[in-house]
Write a protein that binds this ligand. Sequence first.
Ligand SMILES: *[C@@H]1O[C@H](CO)[C@@H](O)[C@H](O)[C@H]1NC(C)=O
Ligand SMILES: *[C@@H]1O[C@H](CO)[C@@H](O)[C@H](O)[C@H]1NC(C)=O
Ligand SMILES: *[C@@H]1O[C@H](CO)[C@@H](O)[C@H](O)[C@H]1NC(C)=O
Ligand SMILES: *[C@@H]1O[C@H](CO)[C@@H](O)[C@H](O)[C@H]1NC(C)=O
Ligand SMILES: *[C@@H]1O[C@H](CO)[C@@H](O)[C@H](O)[C@H]1NC(C)=O
Ligand SMILES: *[C@@H]1O[C@H](CO)[C@@H](O)[C@H](O)[C@H]1NC(C)=O
Length: 742
Amino acid sequence: TMHPLLPLCVLWLLPVALMLETDSPQNCVPRRLVPYHSDNALLFQEEGVFNYSTMLLREDLGLLVLGAREAVFALDLANISNKNSSVEWKVTEKQVSKCRGKGKDPENDCKNYIRALHMLKDGRMYVCGTNAFDPECDYLSFENGELTLKKTGQDGKGKCPFDPFQKYASVMLDDELYSATSMNFLGSEPILMRSSGDASIRTEFKSSWLNEPKFVSMAWVPESVQSATGDDDKVYLFFTETAVEFDCYNKLVVPRVARVCKGDLGGLRTLQKKWTSFLKTEINCPVLNSPLPLLIQDSYLWCDYNLSWKECIFFAIFTPQSYTSDVSAVCAYNMSDISRVFSEGKYKTSVNVETSFVKWVMYSGEVPVPRPGACINNEARSMRITKSLDLPDRTLQFVKDRPLLDQAVEPVSGEPLLMRRGAAFTRIIVNQVQAADGRKYHVMFIGTGKGTILKAVNYDGEMFIIEEIHIFQTPQLINILAFSTATGQIYAGSDQGAAQIPLANCERSLSCIDCVLARDPYCGWDAAGAACVSLSTPERHLIQNVAAGDASLCPDADPIKVVSLSVRVGGKLELSCPPPSSLTNVRWERGKSVLTSSPRQQILLDKLLILNATAGDAGHYCCSSVERSKAGEFTTTVTEYQVSIDPADPNVCDRSVTPKPQTNGPSVAGLHAVIALLVIALAALSAWTFCKRYRPQFSNCTNRSEQTQEAVGHQNAARPAMAEAKPLVSEPQNSCRNNNAV
Ligand SMILES: *[C@@H]1O[C@H](CO)[C@@H](O)[C@H](O)[C@H]1NC(C)=O
Ligand SMILES: *[C@@H]1O[C@H](CO)[C@@H](O)[C@H](O)[C@H]1NC(C)=O
Ligand SMILES: *[C@@H]1O[C@H](CO)[C@@H](O)[C@H](O)[C@H]1NC(C)=O
Ligand SMILES: *[C@@H]1O[C@H](CO)[C@@H](O)[C@H](O)[C@H]1NC(C)=O
Ligand SMILES: *[C@@H]1O[C@H](CO)[C@@H](O)[C@H](O)[C@H]1NC(C)=O
Ligand SMILES: *[C@@H]1O[C@H](CO)[C@@H](O)[C@H](O)[C@H]1NC(C)=O
């Protein structure tokens, strides 16, 4: 007789299985999960202070300047647990009551949240805070080991948000602050502004310029350097906004990139004190099966300053805008591709379809010269236009009406570098490292909504998450990430505190095979010292193979110490075998035979459980982990046991009774085993479809493309495998296995 719950269970799991199967290509599982441990990171926390969300690296002073709620800290860059100085910036009672009078929460809203923290040329810093919904900016200096605020009480409107929950972006360039925020108390007047002293240049307050935007990040690109066209430097702004150009959704939010020229002074009559160079376009990160575009959350400009700015790459993270999906993605954008869209792309223009209905279409008419929205370049100079004030009205009116370009910016190789289900990506930084193979790899460090940092590389199109490190004890959103080349350390901030981690912690790998399969470009195996060490360790030949994870280069491992155990007849035996990575499959052998799971002898994720031991259970047990990489399958012995069975105590147990054969079908324990088995099969199944290459097709609103033929093919191929949910220990099918599935 079958357990009554069993068929139900299978019925319930099958749809789950199919769902997981279709989703699995979008999920890369970290090879190693590093649970919270106080050694993972150096921490900084100040009693009673929260919301650590602004950072300024002062490598010149060896300091990390950290902005929080009502306070700024100067921490030792080498070890942020050491505080050098701090300064409070609290709101006054009068300001709190004014803020409360406007209906804001005195405990949360009516505080001073530090939002901008930038360095000035003279070594001082410029700092802005929300100041109880009345933004203020000030000068901050570090002298004689002390941080001090000048208390100038500058108006921060347009430089800093009123609302501490509002996203915000700013950069400082030549002592001029570029800020993207909201100008007013209600948060309804968005602005991209450059301010220097009393002078400012800003965006038009028009929905075609900015339409309910959420600002994400900003970066300066030195495009004037060795420019053949005499071009200007630019500031790029990433944000999301409600699209004006789509009419099939009520409110479709899209990710955008906009840019302005550093030398822009506004127009003389048209666009007076407004940007003449504000152009924007959509930025795509196509994820298969996502009906709505994913939204940008953060970007990181990676540049090798020995090369041209054209070699710079923007790495950006995206999260879904609907609750139907939880796939976060990273896309990379070639700077020269972005630049080409802005300098050559077509414009969109609005046309009145009916009396009150406006449609945005590609503009195919004549475009004025100089090109609307272009920086002042040699071509303009040849027309005796040396500054934006000289631009003709025709050009200015054109860009005032049509700041949106027709062509979207597409990511390098047309698809995400990384996709992961689960906790949303919140921040990204990227570091480049030269691996032992001489090639340079971009290593992505991604903060998540649950206080972890993912370390990932895309190896020639293969997504690979080296590890996921828990840096905070409790789940908390990573507000900010920064990287210092001076210390080679990564700094993270959350509402509860700040943390510092190194780029790599090679010691986490204890064996050569694990060190090589980790595919961490910072680490290699030192055969002489028998340790996984940092690649920067001088004068050593290290074993590393990041591109394929070829662990056959490893020397034979030392034999494992055999653990002797004894158990009495009828007793319970637990043989542990912690899998070295989440991508391995575990194999148990007794003597020469491979064990399969049964109700009495259960193979669990990290151990073998033998119930009601019999004399026949004595013997030599060996647990090995099998991990697959591009280069093949690698087996490591994890644990070995020599088990002996003591005769049972005759007073307790009747030796003449032999264990009853399992003819009665699954017991409750049996049911558990069957579930465990199904779960393992599911994991294998999702592994099977995981990380398969596919061609994403971005569905936009007019032309929703269906799943590709190839992906459908995978599904069909996978289904028979599902039906035979028999293999008790699933064969490793692919390098990535979906552990999150269960
Ligand atoms: C500040 O931190 C507190 C405590 O974690 C949190 O409840 C609050 O939402 C945070 N406020 C902002 C504006 O992030
Ligand atoms: C960092 O500083 C803390 C506090 O002074 C100290 O306990 C810790 O050992 C230091 N860690 C390192 C790696 O220097
Ligand atoms: C910060 O403090 C540390 C000792 O805690 C000291 O070694 C370092 O010089 C200080 N840095 C500055 C910039 O004063
Ligand atoms: C840039 O060039 C200098 C000198 O040529 C070299 O020392 C440095 O490592 C290079 N930087 C990068 C990021 O390649
Ligand atoms: C960026 O695009 C340029 C021109 O298309 C190309 O030469 C360069 O290799 C690309 N860089 C990357 C990282 O794809
Ligand atoms: C173990 O033995 C006990 C009694 O000897 C029996 O009740 C139980 O069902 C057995 N369990 C298994 C898994 O065989």
